[in-house]
Write a protein that binds this ligand. Structure first.
Ligand code: FAD
Length: 297
């Protein structure tokens, strides 16, 4: 090749290849950032951008708070016909300017707006262009107080995502045991709704939800899938008798710890550590237990 082309020909080819490589990399960056941030799925535009904050406004907030948790709905300023494709268990960063300070926190959406529908709150909130979150108010919590209480409806916020590394393969487990505390239900709910929608996935879900702010939505889901694919029990209390409650609940489903049984947990770190110890004591392998890092600190 070198003989037929000559040295200068080789250099020209090398330069050409480098230029092509630079062009491809630039174009990839543009596609990620720019005009191709959307693709179409079932007639909806889906935003796939992972590296840009999108402008939103707070368009609705539930008037009643359950276990200090409210449903806050954001609407996109520009992408009115779009929905954000959110893989199961993934979350968004919400950013707001609060008293002159830029505050950013993570939240998991409680619905995926798709043609097949996710967990519907009301028809109003389930339209493309909206994204809803279940947000627990912390005493002196900067973002949660702002979103749930102090920000006037119509206030601007920005969101980035979807983010997160959680992955669940189709039929990876025959049964998934889910245990949540408070607003920790949100990533578990997204795993359940998206898996149940897939006809080829046969995973069965058994959920124990402690102080759950989304009881109504979960009951609806249980009634929709009455073939035993999804069962839920609500616990009002805290950690009292949690050990025997978890064991008793799992016994009703004749669950024996095997490689086919997975566990997903979400809640405060101390709660998750406690439940991991319980599950390990019952014989579940640590490898099959996934705890979502819900607590930021
Ligand atoms: C992946 C992921 C997903 C999440 N999804 C959700 C969700 O769907 N819903 C939800 O409600 N939450 C979710 N969270 C938690 C959320 O991101 C926030 O951490 C939570 O809302 C608290 O933020 P804040 O700004 O209100 O409170 P902060 O201002 O961060 O304070 C939280 C609490 O800690 C106290 N505090 C503040 N500073 C300190 C300190 N230095 N030391 C000790 N205590 C302190 C405050 O008084 C307050 O009580 C998620 C977190 C992660 C990581």
């Amino acid at each position: 090749f070198e003989q037929s082309m000559g040295v200068s020909g080789c250099i020209n080819w090398t330069i050409a290849l480098i230029l092509v490589e630079i062009y491809i990399r630039r174009r990839e960056k543009q596609l990620r950032k720019g005009e191709n941030r959307y693709h179409t799925e079932n007639g909806f535009a889906v935003i796939t951008s992972e590296d840009e904050f999108l402008d939103c406004v707070i368009s609705h907030r539930s008037s009643d708070a359950k276990y200090d948790t409210r449903i806050v709905t954001l609407s996109f300023v520009k992408e009115k016909k779009a929905y954000l494709a959110t893989p199961p268990g993934q979350h968004f960063s919400i950013r707001a300017i609060i008293n002159g300070e830029t505050v950013t926190r993570s939240y998991t959406p409680i619905q995926t707006i798709s043609k097949e529908g996710g967990v519907h709150l009301t028809k109003e909130l389930c339209k493309p262009g909206f994204l809803s979150f279940a947000i627990k108010t912390y005493p002196n919590g900067k973002m949660s107080k702002y979103l749930n209480e102090t920000a006037p409806i119509g206030s601007s916020v920005k969101i980035l995502g979807p983010l997160g590394s959680f992955r669940l393969e189709e039929n990876e487990f025959s049964t998934l045991i889910l245990i949540s505390a408070g607003s920790g239900i949100t990533p578990l709910l997204s795993v359940v709704t998206q898996t149940l929608k897939k006809r080829t996935d046969k995973t069965r879900f058994i959920l124990l939800a402690i102080k759950c702010p989304l009881e109504e939505q979960l009951e609806k889901l249980q009634n929709t899938y009455d073939s035993g694919r999804f069962s839920v029990q609500f616990l009002k209390g805290g950690r009292e008798n949690l050990d025997s409650t978890i064991s008793g609940y799992l016994e009703t489903f004749a669950i024996k710890p095997t490689q086919q049984i997975g566990c997903l947990l979400c809640g405060p770190v101390a709660f998750m550590q406690y439940v991991i110890r319980l599950l390990k004591k019952q014989g579940h392998s640590r490898h099959n237990i996934h705890a979502f890092g819900f607590d930021d600190r």
